[in-house]
Design a protein around this ligand. Structure first.
Ligand code: HEC
Ligand code: HEC
Ligand code: HEC
Ligand code: HEC
Length: 214
């Protein structure tokens, strides 16, 4: 009897400690919901007016062969690549390179989202706040090296917490020997569980505080 009570109360405590269904706890990646690409805005079939043949959702962005951008950062790219010249936040940053350039190949608001391998584009471009435009000087800087010797302002990247889907959280991208902040530092293009394709929650500014020591 006494033993049963102990078990029951232990269970109660365990249940109380469990998060309410759907509650996101920044720092506890087991509470981050996962929403795969099929049910996300990155399934172009979900965009009004666009149809991806055979519901091949990867195809607008990737191809197994003859990619339009080569090399590891090119991610076997199958989409038209932006031809725009961008105004950067930081004057020291050069023009966007992959992976950021891949994002901007739709989010520049100029390149048609349905312009990809073997498909005749109907010329649909992103509008509204999804369209970052070609002026990136009003957006969080990208294409910049992460300051490694500034511990009072920036956290040590080896301490970045895990992210959505059991994958890496905030991450830096190695380009030309520098660890840089790019679009994919904050965004996980394949998983929309946290909304805005974020790698870690924006609640309590958890995302920002991964890097910024404020
Ligand atoms: C809207 C565009 C888009 C769609 C759709 C898309 N991806 Fe990606 N994918 C990217 C971009 C951009 C990168 C490179 C940046 C990065 O690694 O996050 C990438 C990288 C990858 C990588 C290498 C890095 C990693 O995350 O493992 C794999 C593998 C991949 N994609 C698989 C897929 C598969 C499989 C599908 C379909 C189920 C798919 N992607 C759909 C944009 C897309
Ligand atoms: C093939 C075109 C394409 C590419 C490439 C692409 N996106 Fe998107 N993205 C879209 C479309 C379409 C939407 C939905 C826009 C809408 O609903 O108005 C979207 C929406 C988003 C959203 C908003 C999601 C939400 O919850 O509303 C984010 C954030 C985003 N994309 C980031 C990225 C990043 C970062 C990359 C590169 C790693 C990228 N995208 C590459 C087409 C693309
Ligand atoms: C430092 C982190 C960070 C970087 C780098 C970053 N973003 Fe974002 N992005 C965010 C956050 C956070 C949000 C969600 C903002 C919100 O909900 O108010 C967002 C939202 C978006 C949206 C949705 C806008 C909307 O109003 O619906 C798009 C599209 C997007 N980002 C694309 C990009 C692209 C493309 C790049 C690279 C050029 C990029 N982001 C770089 C953090 C970042
Ligand atoms: C991946 C790491 C990373 C993440 C995540 C991140 N930042 Fe940054 N942020 C940087 C770096 C690096 C700089 C450039 C600092 C420099 O060049 O002095 C920067 C610059 C800034 C600046 C401009 C500072 C200046 O002096 O011009 C602001 C403001 C800022 N970030 C706010 C945010 C906010 C808000 C978030 C969350 C939505 C965020 N950051 C997420 C790394 C990050």
């Amino acid at each position: 009897m006494k033993r049963n009570l102990v078990i029951a109360s232990t269970l109660m405590v365990a249940m109380l400690a469990m998060p309410a269904l759907g509650q996101i706890i920044p720092g506890d990646s087991t509470t981050y919901p996962s929403v795969g690409i099929l049910n996300s805005p990155h399934n172009l079939n979900n965009y009004p007016g666009v149809t991806v043949p055979g519901n091949r959702v990867c195809m607008p962005c990737h191809t197994p062969h003859n990619a339009s951008v080569s090399g590891e950062l090119g991610a076997l790219w199958n989409h038209a690549v932006t031809q725009e010249t961008f105004t950067m936040y930081s004057s020291s940053a050069g023009q966007p390179e992959p992976p950021s350039k891949l994002c901007l190949s739709c989010h520049d608001g100029v390149t048609a989202i349905d312009n990809y391998g073997g498909v005749t584009s109907t010329g649909i471009v992103l509008t509204g706040s999804e369209n970052l435009g070609t002026d990136l000087s009003d957006d969080h800087p990208i294409g910049i090296a992460y300051p490694t010797s500034n511990p009072s302002e920036f956290n040590d990247p080896t301490g970045f917490a895990p992210g959505i889907g059991g994958g890496p959280g905030v991450q830096l991208v190695a380009i030309n020997g520098l660890d840089r902040v790019e679009c994919t530092s904050c965004h996980q293009v394949h998983n929309n569980g946290l909304g805005s394709f974020l790698r870690v929650p924006i609640q309590e500014s958890y995302l920002c505080l991964q890097c910024h020591n404020k």
